[in-house]
Design a binder for this molecule. Structure first.
Ligand SMILES: Cc1cc2nc3c(=O)[nH]c(=O)nc-3n(C[C@H](O)[C@H](O)[C@H](O)COP(=O)(O)OP(=O)(O)OC[C@H]3O[C@@H](n4cnc5c(N)ncnc54)[C@H](O)[C@@H]3O)c2cc1C
Length: 406
């Protein structure tokens, strides 16, 4: 729809037919960002922006040079949709309503010769020797139909049919696996602490018998009923998506609740606290940094510290060894992935090397274009996935509308 809307803006004469299997268009936009649509990220520095894409950053560099978040914001503003930035730099429509994004795209598309056909599922695509495409479609009103077109764009998202069409038209598809999900931890040292969150935790994910594949990340952290979640876990799940799938979602997660403290500094600080601030207190009444009280108490117990006992009689060794270990290297066994209630994308898709990113045209099948999740590109949560879609969709529209691909 974004490509169609841009074709409408560049050349309203061009006839475009958008085929949508669902009864309503843009349903992913509707549910995105909890119904608010986190449509991009307030980041205009290409290097920082690219660091949020586990796969595809090299190819996105060129696309962002032509259409990046600044352009997205300006594009939507020009079409009447104003955006706002939240404290974590995620950007939403001022109205906090994803329907406004949908209406903006549909309204812009109406400026050109765009037809939207909903409830029409494409079942088969063939390319004829004279260069045109033939599509076999199915819908309740017309049954099976054959449509022809000069050019075609596949923007089928996380849909097996799209990848099937791409394969049939000569492309290689990296088998898609999930990205962006919370971890299941059935026997967790954090059991009973669901709901507790920390603003900044560092995590390290490793896999048995695969020492080279350690993944590290930092971010806010949340303890859930089923395990662990939050931006830190989403980051680890994104960077580790292929490895996690390969290892059937079995991994070891080491957490560092105090990433700004070295072991030595912590040991010295505990010694000082024991003799000063904490001295006469029971260990259960002590506090440290921003560690939530219930978590602190559980980590003390796990470190073999008597929480009823006084701080000045607590074993120094336990404070300096076990407690420091629990705070800086708490080990969890990840044994599955939980369904994501927030953003979710696929890692994998049409190989990037099969696409010319200066036009978004296929290198294998002239006249065929790609944009969105169907391509082997994915980002972290925060509006990065939509941004990759807008950038590719805009570039494709420029070449389609100006026939620069021919
Ligand atoms: C719950 C959730 C929340 C999200 N929130 C955000 C967010 O806030 N910010 C962000 O950046 N990203 C978010 N994402 C990711 C984002 O939605 C995707 O990256 C984006 O929608 C991909 O766009 P697309 O056009 O490639 O695919 P889609 O949006 O999935 O669109 C593909 C369309 O193709 C249609 N289709 C597929 N096969 C056929 C066929 N054979 N015939 C006809 N039609 C077909 C589908 O019905 C679908 O409408 C979220 C994802 C989920 C699941």
């Amino acid at each position: 729809m974004f490509t169609a809307a841009n074709i409408a803006l560049v050349n309203p004469q061009i006839s475009v037919l958008v085929l949508e299997a669902a009864s309503q268009p843009l349903q992913k936009v509707r549910i995105s960002g909890g119904g608010r649509c986190n449509l991009t990220h307030h980041c205009f520095d290409a290097a920082i922006l690219l660091s949020h894409y586990p796969r595809g950053s090299k190819e996105l560099r060129g696309l962002f040079h032509r259409f990046q978040p600044e352009h997205t914001i300006a594009w939507f503003a020009k079409q009447g949709l104003h955006t706002k930035t939240e404290a974590d730099r995620r950007m939403f429509p001022v109205s906090d309503d994803s329907n406004d994004v949908i209406q903006t795209l549909l309204k812009t598309a109406r400026k050109g010769n765009i037809t939207l056909a909903t409830g029409v599922r494409t079942q088969q695509i063939t390319k004829h020797t004279d260069g045109h495409f033939e599509l076999l479609t199915q819908d309740p009103e017309h049954g099976t139909q054959t449509l022809t077109s000069q050019c075609l764009m596949l923007a089928t998202g996380y849909s097996p049919s799209g990848w099937q069409f791409a394969r049939a038209l000569g492309h290689t598809v990296n088998s898609p696996v999930p990205s962006l999900f919370p971890f299941k931890v059935t026997s967790s040292p954090l059991k009973g602490l669901q709901g507790i969150s920390l603003p900044r935790v560092s995590g390290q994910l490793s896999f048995e018998g695969d020492k080279k594949s350690t993944i590290t990340a930092e971010g806010a952290f949340l303890i859930t009923h089923q395990g662990v979640s939050g931006p830190l876990i989403y980051r680890l799940s994104a960077w580790g998506a292929p490895k996690l799938s390969e290892h059937q979602y079995q991994a070891t997660l080491k957490l560092d609740f105090l990433p700004d403290w070295t072991d030595e500094a912590l040991k010295a600080k505990f010694l000082e606290c024991q003799e000063t601030d904490w001295a006469k207190k029971q260990m259960k009444n002590t506090r440290f940094e921003n560690i939530p009280h219930r978590l602190w108490e559980q980590l003390l117990v796990q470190s073999g510290i008597d929480i009823e006992g006084r701080a000045d009689t607590t074993s120094r060794k336990r404070l300096q060894n076990q407690l420091v270990d629990s705070l800086k290297r708490l080990q969890l066994s990840v044994n599955g992935r939980s369904p994501s209630k927030e953003e979710f994308v696929s890692c994998g898709g049409v190989l990037r090397k099969d696409i010319d990113f200066s036009s978004m045209q296929s290198k294998q099948c002239p006249g065929l274009f790609f944009a969105g999740e169907i391509i082997d590109i994915d980002g972290l949560t925060g509006g990065f996935n939509f941004q990759a879609c807008w950038s590719a969709g805009w570039v494709a529209a420029q070449s389609l509308a100006q026939n620069t691909f021919l």
